[in-house]
Structures are given as structure tokens and as C-alpha cells.
Write a protein that binds this ligand. Structure first.
Ligand code: MG
Length: 206
């Protein structure tokens, strides 16, 4: 199972980190050991002093495919959910400066919080609204129509390089409002479904 992640997919988030808006999707991977599911607590890692949260809409892949063509792309995911792309920003900044890969800053154990998935028919899939609450206060509020690259574009693009498999996850990038994590923080990911707001994950930082 692959966990494919997209960086800088919202212009205002790229700006808040002083990154240029990309002309192609920025793609990286997390290993399966990065997953943190079932609302388990997250343990603040020792190797960073500047851990950040990034709440993202996650797609679940439901068909195998390579070189997916645009007209078929939407049939390659059947469920959507929310997750956190935990990022060791201090390590990432150092690596970026040197032009080195990001993996240790983004793919470490439990860096991919993943909540409950819902069938895509239960949301406004053309413009999904989502929120991240930190200690009961909304810190990120996103609408997927603000993404630079649509779900379909991402699926076509990444499937040129990585064969998509049933059960893969795609983290589709974070909107503005990322910020630091402190031990004791409680995060809650809320998705707007056709039936109203639904909490898809909760995790406490220890
Ligand atoms: Mg991210």
C-alpha cells in the first residue's frame, strides 16, 4: 500500500511557507509505517523541535491503474477522508536548503494520521469543505476547489510514475493555517458531508 502525498497544492499555504506556486504537482511518499489510525495518540518525536500539523483531504484508491487518463480519473477513488501530514518543519527546512529528500521530515512513524473514510457520494466532491480543530479552536478551514491541482489531475499525474493500487491513499495537500504542535494538543478533523459536519479523527499529542 502506497501513501502518496501532494505538497503546495493550495496557493495561500505555499505563500505562508514562502514557497513558489508549483506548475506541476509536488509529490512525495510516506511509508505504510507512517499511518496512525483509530484515533490513537501521537507521540511527539524526539528528533524535532518544530513539529507542524497539516490537515488534508485524503482519497482512497479503488482501482489498479497506470497512466490513468483524465476522463477516467474520478473512477479511481471511491472514498474520501481527512488526515494530518505531520511535518518536522525544522528538519524539512534544513533538507530543503541542501536540496536533499524530505523523507525523514515527513515520512517518519505515525506522521500520517488517517481518519474514518466516507463514500465520496456522501460529500460535495467537487468542493469538499473541511476543518481542523486544535484544542477546540478551528485552525484550518479548507475548500478543495481552492486546490491548484484537482483530484483527477493528481491521479493522472502520479499514476505515470507510481502504479495505483486498490487501497492506496493520496493526501491531497493542506490549505493555509498550518502551525506548531505542542504536547497536550488535541486535534479533530471535521468533514462537511451531505448530512452535516462529521468528525473523522481525533488525536491527542503526548
Ligand atoms: Mg502536506
Amino acid at each position: 500500500m502506497n501513501i502518496i502525498c501532494i505538497g503546495r497544492n493550495y496557493a495561500e499555504h505555499a505563500a505562508e511557507l514562502n514557497n513558489a506556486v508549483p506548475d506541476k504537482p509536488v509529490v512525495f511518499m510516506k511509508p505504510p509505517t507512517a499511518l496512525l489510525v483509530n484515533n490513537k495518540p501521537f507521540y511527539y518525536p524526539e528528533f524535532t523541535k518544530d513539529l507542524h500539523y497539516e490537515c488534508e483531504v485524503v482519497l482512497k484508491i479503488c482501482k489498479n491503474g497506470r497512466y490513468v487518463q483524465p476522463e477516467f480519473a474520478s473512477s479511481y477513488f471511491d472514498q474520501v477522508g481527512l488526515g494530518i501530514d505531520f511535518t518536522a518543519r525544522d528538519l524539512q527546512s534544513e533538507l530543503k536548503k541542501k536540496g536533499h529528500p524530505w523523507e525523514i521530515a515527513k515520512g517518519f512513524d505515525h506522521s500520517a494520521v488517517l481518519g474514518q473514510m466516507v463514500p465520496k457520494e456522501e460529500v460535495a466532491v467537487e468542493n469538499i469543505e473541511f476543518k481542523l480543530m486544535k484544542n477546540g479552536i478551528p485552525v484550518q478551514h479548507g475548500f478543495t476547489k481552492e486546490m491548484l491541482f484537482t483530484f483527477e489531475h493528481i491521479i493522472c499525474y502520479v499514476s505515470q510514475f507510481f502504479k495505483l493500487h486498490i487501497g492506496d491513499y493520496i493526501f491531497t495537500g493542506t490549505p493555509q493555517g498550518v502551525g506548531p504542535v505542542t504536547i497536550g494538543d488535541k486535534f479533530e478533523g471535521i468533514l462537511t458531508t451531505n448530512a452535516g459536519e462529521k468528525t473523522l479523527f481525533e488525536t491527542e499529542v503526548r
